[in-house]
Design a protein around this ligand. Structure first.
Ligand code: NI
Length: 140
């Protein structure tokens, strides 16, 4: 087994959302979700970091082509999220609470099987929601 290197592609998207459960009272929603429950939506400038891992291909010196990973992310993820309403517009978030955690899980599911074709394995989905908050999912 050779050595394994991790590489990361960053993409960005801006989107609106609201954290809200229809099966809860208004008070319960505002108590739990605070400003994120604002009825008329709010937005974030999200940063998405997708980390993949694999051995270094001796011919190219790459683990995988980061441009190809970027193209995949643009077509399968960013084009569906950028300048959209995550609650209303995004097929892979339909019926889900639009927390950053759930967005990360959904992105993982959207792309995990594509990475083998690019010669690598998905390692981490990281989403930076604000300067102070980010979440990571490692597939567990
Ligand atoms: Ni928010």
């Amino acid at each position: 087994m050779g050595r394994i290197v991790h590489i990361t592609r960053r993409e960005r998207f801006s989107a609106a959302h609201k954290l809200w459960r229809n099966d809860w009272s208004d008070d319960q929603n505002f108590d739990t979700f605070g400003k994120c429950a604002n009825p008329n939506w709010h937005g974030h400038n999200y940063e998405l970091f997708v980390t993949v891992k694999g051995p270094v291909n001796p011919e190219t010196g790459f683990v995988a082509d980061l441009k190809e990973i970027g193209d995949l992310l643009k077509s399968k993820v960013i084009s569906k999220l950028d300048h959209k309403n995550v609650n209303l517009d995004v097929p892979f978030m339909a019926g889900k609470l639009t927390s950053t955690e759930n967005i990360a899980l959904a992105i993982w599911d959207e792309i995990v099987s594509d990475m083998n074709g690019l010669g690598c394995t998905l390692h981490c989905i990281k989403i930076v929601e604000t300067e102070n908050n980010y979440i990571e999912y490692y597939g567990d």
